[in-house]
Design a protein around this ligand. Structure first.
Ligand code: BES
Ligand code: ZN
Ligand code: ZN
Length: 486
């Protein structure tokens, strides 16, 4: 998609569709009034007759019959003024696209009114354009937006920033959409190698043999059950500054549950259990393009979780890289086990500030639906900083606590820690409590349980069903906030 800005009067714009955003009950601004006049009052009439009310995600087309160069005007509802924010700005721009592509709009002009920023529009439009039907030989939709014209003054840098973020996020979504027989751990390593080559990152690829030698016992334990070769991959970027951010992504390319097998109903969706790793790759892609002045180290354990004659069994004990022993009560709580070693390693490599992205628990879906991911951590300031970055990025993070009592949940009778609690409840917290066992006290850590947000179960007006790429934008925002702080 080509994106450019044009500072032009609305009635002079030439586009397949020209989008004008309006709040509920809002009086037309001067520029729109001029357009209305050129259309012999078609806009005000549409509003007066009640065909357009300004409700959130409402899109009403008005055909211009050659009175202005654009073929149609989209009146786009932005809801109640007091409730509108950056997240909704992205979504509303996305809702226009999902409507526009169905009627074959190829070039779309968007009027940047106050409260609607260029970056949000680029991101909203770009993210709504993603089609998860990778393997349909006949496309159902009418194609995609080829040109986005932003009406107003926009810096070139803003356009680049928005485009890099959307392209990287959509690339992440493609990795997640790919089935597990294509996006194997080896295929993920292939993608990491491409990143390293394109952006001159240092790369370390630890295969199973080496993982065992180097005592990544937790990771190697989960990897045992699978025939596909497993890897732990590391990408390093040196941007400068005192701090080093560690980004850790859960990369289970298929989670069957292992011997603690999942029910078959939705098991096919477990190809998305590498969404954390994919998002971490996406962050590195943005870092490679924008080259911020922050050090970033990414680690991702990449393996399947399958039952087999060699697979991990409930009751097995693993010795992690940190030296702590883990009793595996349930082989379906595999994410935390592989992350234990990845978290240990990223800190060994020098990360002082860590964020992990993981589709860790079904419990987070129960708690938050698809509207937010859970955030938990060991230092309030850090949790706040990450949450704030999420807010700016339009990704909602909701904090859950880790109380001292929660830390009792994972006592094991035979090992240092169990991978699940003996009682029901507090599933998201228990996951975080386990991970915290592998965080050095001096380091700041935040865990994002993205099992709620990585995959949309049903489509939204602004986004297709399927992978969302959740986490990329929050982490990019976080990196930029660190850059400002250093
Ligand atoms: N990958 C799953 C979590 C998940 C569930 C992701 C639904 C996306 C959608 C994870 O490995 C898992 O199976 N967790 C268990 C933990 C339990 C055994 C304590 C779960 O949530 O059931
Ligand atoms: Zn699992
Ligand atoms: Zn899993």
């Amino acid at each position: 998609m080509k994106v450019f800005a044009q500072d032009q009067k609305l009635e002079k714009m030439q586009a397949d569709a020209l989008a004008v955003f309006l709040f509920e009950g809002e009086k037309l601004a001067v520029d729109i009034e001029r357009l209305d006049k050129a259309l012999s009052g078609a806009i005000s009439e549409t509003i007066k007759l009640g065909d357009f009310k300004g409700k959130l995600y409402e899109v009403t087309p008005i055909y211009t019959h050659g009175k202005v160069p654009s073929i149609r005007i989209f009146l786009v509802g932005t809801g109640k003024k007091g409730e509108f924010d950056a997240r909704l700005a992205r979504n509303v721009a996305g809702a226009v696209v999902r409507r526009a592509v169905k009627i074959g709009v190829k070039n779309l002009a968007v009027y940047l009114r106050s409260g609607i920023n260029a970056e949000e529009v680029i991101e909203g439009v770009g993210l709504a354009s993603y089609d998860p039907a990778l393997y349909k030989t006949k496309k159902e939709e009418n194609g995609e937006i080829e040109e986005l014209i932003l009406i107003g003054e926009v810096k070139q840098q803003t356009i680049k920033h928005g485009q890099v973020i959307t392209e990287s996020t959509n690339w992440v979504r493609k990795l997640i959409s790919e089935p597990a027989n294509v996006m194997t751990p080896a295929a993920m390593v292939g993608e990491a190698k491409k990143l390293a080559k394109n952006y001159k990152f240092a790369i370390e690829i630890i295969d199973e043999e080496e993982a065992k030698k180097k005592r990544f016992g937790a990771f190697a334990g989960v990897a045992r059950g699978s025939e596909e070769p497993s890897f732990l991959v590391v990408l390093k970027y040196r941007g400068g500054g005192k701090q080093t951010l560690g980004v850790v992504g859960k990369g289970i390319t298929f989670d069957s549950g292992g011997i603690s097998l999942k029910p078959s109903g939705k098991m096919h969706e477990m190809k998305m259990d590498m969404a954390g790793a994919a998002a971490a790759f996406g962050v590195m892609k943005v870092v490679g393009e924008l080259r911020p002045k922050t050090n970033v180290i990414m680690t991702a354990p990449l393996t399947e979780n399958l039952p087999s004659g060699r697979a991990l069994k409930p009751g097995d004990i693993l010795r992690s890289l940190a030296g702590k022993t883990i009793e595996v009560i349930n082989t379906d709580a595999e994410g935390r086990v592989v992350l234990a070693d990845a978290l240990t390693y990223v800190q060994k490599l020098g990360a002082t500030h860590v964020v992990d992205l993981a589709t860790l628990t079904g419990a987070v879906q129960v708690a938050l639906g698809s509207e937010a991911a859970a955030i938990l951590g060991n230092k309030e300031n850090w949790v706040r900083q990450v949450t704030e970055a999420g807010k700016f990025a339009g990704e909602r993070l909701w904090q859950l606590p880790i109380y001292a009592e929660h830390k009792e949940l994972l006592k094991s009778e035979v090992a240092d820690v169990a991978n699940i609690p003996p009682i029901k409840g507090a599933g998201v917290i228990a996951g975080a409590v386990f991970l915290e066992e592998f965080i050095e006290k001096k380091n700041a850590w935040a865990h994002l349980d993205i099992a709620s947000t990585a995959w949309l179960e049903s489509e939204k007006p602004y986004m297709a069903k399927g992978p969302t790429g959740f986490g990329v934008r929050t982490l990019v925002g976080l990196i930029e906030s660190l850059e400002k702080g250093t």
